[in-house]
Write a protein that binds this ligand. Structure first.
Ligand code: PRP
Length: 177
């Protein structure tokens, strides 16, 4: 127990790095000679993204977006706004959007629409964690590390009140407030 939380489950650094390597290998095989553009969704993705791109053994380019959500993100009416767009041109290029976690799917469904307006050659989705319990928007995920039914997940970029992001591993927490 740390503070007012119980740790229910831990995904270790080793388990994470094993999945990062697997995803990197799959992307490397699929995008040989195509120089994909990887787009990371800030802030949560920063550690996964940095680890992933360093494991991919083919040339690639990278950029970032940031989104803000207003109101309740748990309902479809939750407003999502892009607060930082990509700066590279992706017209005609193969794009991979990289997320730390997909939960309701609202962020990604907004982002995919936005990215497709820039006329890339293709758009694929990569997420370290695919969390299924609260999914509202159908999202086809092409590369993922872990599938989790439910739980409150922190660490390795993921936060609770901006804490825990720095941990090199992932914890599933029970909040005892
Ligand atoms: C998290 C995560 C995804 C989004 C997924 O970001 O990084 O971008 O939520 O949730 P959804 O599928 O329900 O839309 P958050 O808004 O917490 O910001 P952060 O990345 O700065 O932590």
């Amino acid at each position: 127990m740390i503070g007012n939380y119980n740790i229910l489950k831990k995904i270790s650094e080793e388990e994470i790095q094993q999945q990062v390597k697997k995803i990197a290998q799959d992307i490397g095989n699929e995008y040989q000679n195509r120089e994909p553009v990887l787009i990371g969704v800030l802030n949560g993705v920063f550690i996964f993204f940095a680890d992933l791109v360093r494991e991919i053994s083919i040339p690639l380019k990278l950029d970032f977006v940031r989104l803000a959500s207003y109101g309740s993100k748990n309902v479809s009416s939750g407003e999502i706004e892009l607060t930082k767009d990509i700066e590279l041109s992706i017209k005609g290029k193969p794009v991979i959007i990289v997320e730390d976690i997909i939960d309701t799917g609202l962020t990604l469904s907004y982002l995919v629409r936005h990215i497709k307006e820039k006329e890339p050659e293709s758009v694929k989705i990569c997420a370290l964690i695919n969390k299924l319990e609260r999914r509202e928007k159908e999202i086809g995920i092409d590369y993922w590390g872990f599938e989790i039914k439910k739980g409150f997940i922190v660490g390795y970029g993921l936060d609770y009140n901006e804490g825990f992001r720095y941990l090199p591993y992932i914890l599933s927490l029970e909040i005892k407030d």
